[in-house]
Design a protein around this ligand. Structure first.
Ligand code: HEC
Length: 139
């Protein structure tokens, strides 16, 4: 199991304290904690795995693209949109301090990108695994 998991008990308390306020800057571990709250409601949930997140991120899921098609296999460097060629800043928080600090942005792009890659939304388990993986990537 991934080590971030240990800190999440604390982070959950923080998230609960913020719940009544409008969305604003959070930390990636707070965002992971709220995904974990979602995932905890699903049967058989046993925590997130960075290794599983990495395989998920690099695999195609029956369609044309993997997550790595645009974000590259090394998420600590710039990516490139597979269709438009537009530069995409690194996805790993270690390389890009803006990543996973805006819950609205995270939700919007998980939704859009999962639909592009999987033709459905990602489950809380999948999102948490991916974020655990991204948090494990060193600059
Ligand atoms: C077709 C290209 C493309 C693919 C494939 C893709 N993404 Fe993205 N992703 C983008 C773009 C464009 C953005 C928004 C621009 C930016 O934030 O740099 C983005 C942003 C994100 C963000 C927002 C993070 C933040 O806090 O800023 C997340 C999370 C994300 N992608 C996850 C994924 C996951 C998970 C997959 C695979 C299921 C995936 N992406 C596949 C293009 C892609």
């Amino acid at each position: 199991m991934f080590r971030i998991f240990h800190a999440s008990g604390m982070a959950l308390v923080v998230v609960a304290g913020l719940a009544a306020q409008p969305a604003f800057a959070e930390t990636p571990s707070e965002i992971l904690a709220s995904i974990q709250q979602e995932a905890a409601g699903t049967p058989g949930f046993q925590g997130f795995s960075a290794a599983r997140g990495e395989s998920f991120f690099k695999a195609k899921h029956g369609g044309e693209w993997s997550c790595a098609s645009c974000h590259t296999e090394n998420t600590a460097v710039q990516g490139k949109h597979a269709k438009t060629g537009k530069v995409i800043q690194p996805l790993a928080p270690s390389a890009n301090a803006e990543r996973f600090t805006d819950p609205g942005k995270v939700a919007k792009w998980f939704k859009r990108n999962c639909n592009d890659v999987l033709d459905r939304v990602c489950t809380p388990q999948e999102k948490g695994d991916v974020l655990a993986y991204l948090l494990s990537v060193k600059k």
